[in-house]
Design a protein around this ligand. Structure first.
Ligand code: SAM
Ligand code: SF4
Length: 323
């Protein structure tokens, strides 16, 4: 079992398989994807060894992320490799959903257990203003398709922004009243590249949390491999509402996840000062050296991210690592 100096246990790996993205979300890649390195991303066999090494250390859940993970042609094989690893009970993915309608069946057949889709507005024009893509209707149709195919563990992620969706929250609540999925509001985080945008657009999720409690929403219990969201349910709503509030007090005390970039670097925190290379341990099936390296590196994990102090570490934008 992986445990850090503060007693936190790590059951959950977020694995980026590419940093390339085809969207231009205003808070993440406003100028689109710019490549400043070789696109030498982890191969299927490296990913298989990585999953095996982490599972030997107690990891039970892997979230595949990016960039946009659905841009990888071998995505079904990657899902299958993670799912086929002894000890990995849950394979999840975070995607912008651009090809969900066409690919949902392949991913489900490969063993995908759950899916998070990013939708920052339910107004098609606003969605396009945020992402640069006129794709909202396709993405919503893709979600319906997943539900029809039996993939019901779907969550929508919406980044809260003062001018882009803050006034539209009722649209989200109407959607959740009828649709049996969880919608999570994420507080916009500062990254190395978005300070001006962050200062203009960041809003706290506290007001939403207060409103939920006033209106009789109840906090659900959090499984040990859950992400950082606090999720609320209400008898009159088919779906749930979640809040991810990285700026809230004690947010990091329940941290249970580690991250590996598409170039094979271990990031002990989303806002760590550097990624620590573990790629050299992925060229052999003997995973002991990999396991020892991860254990040693984990000793350096800090108690918190220091985002409140404006510390964004090496993270220029979240497409580097997958959020
Ligand atoms: N491309 C995929 C997607 O958008 O779902 C996966 C990668 S994306 C970096 C993962 C998540 O991070 C998305 O839900 C996105 O909205 C969120 N995200 C990106 N930049 C963010 C920021 N500065 N603050 C808060 N959330 C952010
Ligand atoms: Fe791409 Fe996801 Fe970043 Fe949007 S949030 S630009 S979809 S990586």
């Amino acid at each position: 079992m992986l445990q850090d100096a503060f007693g936190r246990k790590f059951y959950y790996l977020r694995l980026s398989i590419t940093d390339v993205c085809n969207f231009r979300c205003n808070y993440c890649l406003p100028d689109g994807y710019q490549c400043d390195h070789d696109r030498d991303f982890l191969s299927l066999s490296e990913i298989t060894r990585l999953a095996n090494g982490f599972s030997q250390l107690g990891t039970e859940k892997i979230r595949i992320t990016g960039g946009e993970p659905a841009l990888r042609k071998d995505l079904p094989e990657i899902i299958q490799a993670c799912k086929g690893t002894d000890g990995i009970e849950h394979v999840a993915m975070t995607s912008n959903g651009f090809n969900l309608l066409q690919k949902a069946k392949d991913w489900i057949d490969a063993g995908l257990d759950s899916l998070n889709i990013s939708i920052d507005s339910l107004d098609p024009r606003q969605f396009e203003a945020i992402t640069g893509k006129n794709k909202l209707d396709d993405i919503l149709a893709g979600i319906d398709k997943c539900l029809t195919l039996g993939l019901t563990n779907i969550k929508i992620n919406s980044v809260l922004m003062r001018e882009f969706n803050q006034h539209d929250l009722n649209q989200f609540f109407d959607f959740v009243s009828k649709t049996p999925i969880t919608l999570r509001f994420i507080e916009l985080m500062q990254t190395g590249n978005n300070l001006e945008f962050y200062n203009a657009q960041h809003v706290s999720g506290q007001q939403i949390e207060n409103t939920l409690l006033e209106k009789g929403w109840r906090l659900t219990t959090r499984p040990k491999t859950a992400g950082p969201a606090l999720e609320y349910q209400h008898d009159n709503f088919a779906g749930k509402i979640g809040l991810i509030r990285p700026y809230s007090k004690d947010f990091c005390s329940t941290c249970n996840r580690l991250r590996v970039s598409a170039l094979g670097k271990l990031h002990l925190c989303l806002f760590a000062d550097e990624g620590l290379s573990i790629r050299e341990y992925l060229d052999s099936d003997n995973s002991l050296a990999l396991q020892n390296a991860i254990r040693e590196m984990l000793a350096e994990k800090k108690p918190t991210h220091y985002l409140q102090q404006g510390h964004t570490g090496a993270t220029t934008q979240l497409s580097m690592l997958g959020g």
